[in-house]
Ligand binder design. Sequence first.
Ligand code: FAD
Ligand code: FES
Length: 334
Amino acid sequence: GPTTFRIDAGNTSVTCGDGQRVLDALLRQGVWIPNSCNQGTCGTCKVRVIDGMVTAPPAPDSVLSDAEQQQGYVLSCQSTPITDIAVEPPAAECGERHHLLRDVAGTVGSITAVADDTVSITVSLDEPFEFTAGQYVELSIPGTGQTRPYSMANPPSESDTLEFHVRRQPDGLATDRWIFDSLTVGAAVSMTGPWGDFCHQPGEPDVGLILLAGGTGLAPLKSIARAVLDADPDREIHVYHGVRTEAELYDVDFWRALETEHPNVRYTPCLSREEWSGRTGYVGDAMMADFDSCRNHSAYLCGPPAMVEAGVRALKRRRMPPRRIKREKYTPAA
Ligand code: FAD
Ligand code: FES
């Protein structure tokens, strides 16, 4: 029969199937490891193997240094056991704050073109799906054996219909050649999730939020904003959405309605490549123009890596404590 290996993680041990990644096995069986990209590009999922052996593709030094490798650290999202292994006990278990990873099946309910090369998709699920606002799923691309990550834009309270915002990547396997090409309403989709630690956890400090989005990086920030306002309708939230041209803006009516309904929500769309009646330039610069200090706020940033990095620098210049800055980069699959 198929080979399975045991992974000991402190007081818990889980089984890992043939070819299964260590992170996948742990998250499915209740052991929480911080994780972000699940594709070997961020380094968040490092664990130290203290006994046994794994195999993994080579990792760039910027993600996993030689020194770390010598100490036994591996990227758990890229590593497959080849013997039983033991890893250094992780800090937390799945439970109230973290949901078990699982396979999820659904049916496409709608596909709406919302802007140039951008669609909003809803997927009805066969059973409710628990996640934390800000997390993502990996969609399986039919017939390819490949997956791509997409963030939920709906709040966790709407657990039986997921909303996604997808931007077309020219010649992209998931977008150009599947979602924008042949995906139709009624199609079955399979995915795994929830993934990621770009989360707003219920009960986090009751401070004003600054949300900086680039393109479809708006999706998880919409989930976070809706979840936060459901719990606290008066929360101060500043949303900056950056795109290049007005034709790329979407969900404007949604955010304008939210501003009307909630006195402390402010929505600022910014165009980087076009003059218009509204704000121009990058979201980080727009934020810096509006705030003298971000010392008493928290921030969530999501979008292309360069946008996220520039936004983090802008927040630090405005004295936001680094631990209050959460980010998710839409790094392309390797
Ligand atoms: P691929 O086949 O992967 O790429 C085709 C070619 O384009 C390759 O050469 C590739 O290197 C290049 N390429 C791909 N993306 C880019 C890029 N952004 N800039 C420059 N070159 C690129 N996208 C969304 O639209 N909505 C989301 O909610 C979303 N959530 C994500 C969450 C996470 C955690 C991550 C890591 C990414 C997320 N993405 C999201 C990006 C998404 O997963 C895909 O990478 C993207 O849709 C392109 O996939 P593709 O298969 O069409 O292109
Ligand atoms: Fe493993 Fe990013 S490198 S989660």
